[in-house]
Design a protein around this ligand. Structure first.
Ligand code: ZN
Length: 244
């Protein structure tokens, strides 16, 4: 069975809807797994939470989700992220607040995968951007796979023993994921930062041990328009078109 792995949706409903539609077209309509930062930066926090509820998503909390419900101090964020978090906190409906407050920091799924936002040893804040961090974190989860987000950059790294292999990929091409341990970051649905503005996610087949990265075009202008109406900071509006 294939599962859609989503991360860093960041309150971007147009991007989320495009991704869920793409997954359905691929024959995947089981509940998606979501690796945190559901809200923050984007204009549609309530709508995104509603869509995730409707699809029965399995989700962990990210730092932006925690900040939006007062569970992380805004002082730890840069100025733009803090401004967006304060706006989000101000508009969230009580039901959405409850949803975010109830999210765990870590989920172990059927002895196959550990789901976190940042890293297994520090789900709220650690950025796994270097091999060293991946090697060190191997001791902090027990499942073969670790699914993480937070960096907004899609990555697949396989470990046979302690030897890492960073896998080159093309979106839309299935990859073997048959090592002892692996790390998968599906990239960001709502604010990609790898120079490609299209929404990023991954399809994971746990039985066949296959991963497919996918990129989905969506109407970035719709989200940008809604951000302007909400008076969210201009640089955040601008970066969506660049994928940076
Ligand atoms: Zn994020």
């Amino acid at each position: 069975m294939r599962v859609a792995i989503l991360s860093d949706i960041h309150a971007n409903l147009a991007a989320l809807e495009a991704v869920l539609a793409d997954a359905r077209l691929q024959g995947v309509d089981s509940p998606p797994w979501v690796l945190g930062d559901i809200v923050g930066y984007g204009p549609d926090p309530d709508e995104v939470i509603e869509a995730l509820r409707a699809s029965d998503a399995l989700a962990v909390a990210g730092n932006h989700d925690l900040a939006a419900v007062g569970a992380l101090p805004l002082a730890e964020f840069n100025a733009l992220a803090a401004a967006a978090a304060a706006w989000t906190a101000g508009v969230l409906k009580p039901d959405s607040q409850k949803y975010l407050q109830a999210l765990p920091l870590k989920i172990e799924k059927a002895a196959t995968c550990t789901l976190v936002h940042g890293s297994p040893r520090n789900p709220e804040w650690e950025y796994l951007t270097h091999i060293d961090g991946l090697v060190e974190n191997l001791a902090h989860f027990d499942t073969p796979g670790c699914l993480y987000g937070h960096t907004h950059v899609p990555v697949l790294v396989l470990f046979d023993g302690a030897e890492p292999r960073v896998i080159e990929y093309k979106p839309g091409t299935p990859l073997r994921c048959d090592a002892d341990r692996f790390y998968l970051n599906p990239g960001s649905v709502g604010q990609p930062r790898d120079g490609d503005r299209r929404a990023s996610y991954a399809l994971l087949d746990l039985q066949a041990r296959e991963v497919e990265f996918r990129r989905v075009d969506y109407k970035v202008e719709i989200t940008q328009q809604r951000m302007k109406m909400a008076r969210l900071p201009q640089p955040l509006v601008h970066r969506l078109a660049l994928g940076r």
